[in-house]
Design a protein around this ligand. Structure first.
Ligand code: AMP
Length: 426
């Protein structure tokens, strides 16, 4: 078949068995967030372009080359959400969530949109589970947020992960470090790749996460941000590490973790999978103490993270994790003749009303084909209603696992079948 329409470049349909895996992960996320008292937030799929430009940062990859922006018929400039923190910050302020007990802890499971070159684990529409703690300055908030990330990986069953943490320091430390870094990069500029040379001008910190081997070799000799922290930022980072130690969460301090977004201050972190190739980051986050102010609020210490759900599922599948499969029917009806069809239709729907998964063949196949379908759907039982059954007032119930058969009275079959099921369980 030649398709007339196909999905947009870099997007995915989530259907078939995949849906069960998605629901499995989403359910685990909801359970986890309930345990931490984190409430869900649902914000619009698009926001004022200006919000992302100011919040994420003018020199970031997202803003310079990845935003899906458009003008609405009223001439307003909007952008499809490329990430979840900035719009959550906007909603925190707009809905007066700072009046609730702080920190205001929220989570979202939402699609993001970035015009990137698609490859495995990198799409133009992808989904993130994100957590944000607004109004929390304590290093325990950083550690708790990291622990939530650690916990979702454990609860969904992802193995072989590595946590990398770093501290960029607060605004003053960041500025001081930028100067130190600029000095180092300036001395080595000729040997760095064109992207690094460009970043040197606009955002020197980003040179630290260049993936080019030659650049990495040069940059590893640069002074690390953690070695330039002021007293308070150093104490904060040290307290985050102690809190992680107390929870038994292991980590590595990695000076190359800088995150690509401008709003981060102090703690930054990423969880990587040692089983993923080029796109090994499962997600990351950090503290962003200046963002709420940038959005027009008062200074509000905040910390959060975003995990890519597609990447989580890629790893789970590659690790052969036991993901839930489609549910199989308790009973499939196999009928022949008009009277039997009407009865099967009514019995199936009575059973469904009572919470029993029953299948009635809406395609009106032959009885033989209905048997095949029951087999294919892996039903526990097939309820056969043919000419003999109608004439003699019974339904043949075939146990599809054992092959054994029983006769149950046709009159009130739905109730009879439920009692039969209960007896089997007892
Ligand atoms: P970032 O904010 O760019 O660090 O993204 C956080 C996480 O979201 C990444 O580690 C990925 O798991 C996921 N992610 C980011 N961009 C994409 C993308 N284009 N396609 C799929 N997942 C993505």
């Amino acid at each position: 078949m030649k398709l007339k329409y196909t999905k947009p470049f870099g997007t995915n349909d989530i259907c078939g068995a995949d849906v069960f895996a998605w629901q499995y992960v989403e359910n685990k996320i909801r359970e986890l967030c309930a345990d931490f008292g984190i409430t869900e937030i649902r914000t619009p799929m698009f926001e004022d372009t200006e919000l992302f430009v100011r919040g994420v940062g003018e020199t970031s990859d997202i803003v310079t080359k990845e935003m899906f922006s458009f003008t609405d018929p009223g001439g307003r400039n909007y952008t499809l959400r490329p990430e979840g923190t900035v719009n959550a910050a906007r909603a925190y302020l707009e809905n007066g969530l700072f009046n609730a007990p702080q920190p205001y802890k929220l989570f979202y499971i939402a699609p993001n949109f970035r015009a990137e070159r698609p490859q495995k684990g990198r799409y133009r529409q992808f989904h993130q589970f994100g957590v944000e703690y607004f109004g929390a300055e304590s290093p325990y908030a950083d550690a708790e947020v990291i622990f939530i990330f650690h916990e979702i990986l454990r609860r969904v069953g992802v193995k072989n992960t590595a946590l990398k943490i770093n501290s960029l320091g607060g605004a003053a430390c960041r500025q001081k470090y930028n100067e130190i870094l600029k000095g180092f990069i300036g001395e080595n500029l000729e040997r760095l790749c064109p992207t690094c040379r460009e970043r040197f001008e606009k955002n020197p910190l980003r040179v630290l996460d260049c993936k080019n081997e030659q650049c990495k070799n040069i940059i590893k000799n640069a002074t690390a941000a953690v070695d330039c922290l002021g007293t308070e930022c150093a104490a904060h980072f040290s307290a985050v590490k102690s809190a992680l130690d107390s929870l038994g969460v292991s980590y590595e301090v990695d000076p190359a973790i800088v995150r690509g977004l401008d709003y981060y201050t102090r703690t930054v972190f990423e969880f990587h999978s040692t089983d993923l190739g080029a796109q090994s980051a499962l997600g990351g986050g950090g503290r962003y103490d200046g963002l709420i102010e940038e959005c027009g609020g008062s200074p509000t210490g905040s910390v959060g993270f975003g995990v890519g759900i597609e990447r989580l599922l890629i790893v789970l599948n590659e690790q052969g994790a036991p993901l839930p499969r489609p549910q199989n029917p308790s009973v499939c009806f196999a009928y022949s003749g008009e009277d039997a069809k009407i009865l099967a239709f009514s019995f199936a729907n009575t059973l469904r009303k009572n919470g029993v998964y029953a299948e009635f063949d809406c395609c009106e196949r032959s009885m033989k084909a209905q048997f095949k379908l029951s087999d294919k759907l892996n039903a526990d039982f097939t309820a056969i209603i043919g000419g003999d059954e109608i004439a003699n007032g019974y339904v043949t119930v075939k146990n599809m696992k054992s092959g054994g058969q029983e006769r149950l009275p046709l009159n009130g079959f739905a109730e009879n079948f439920q009692k039969y099921l209960h007896k089997l369980v007892d």
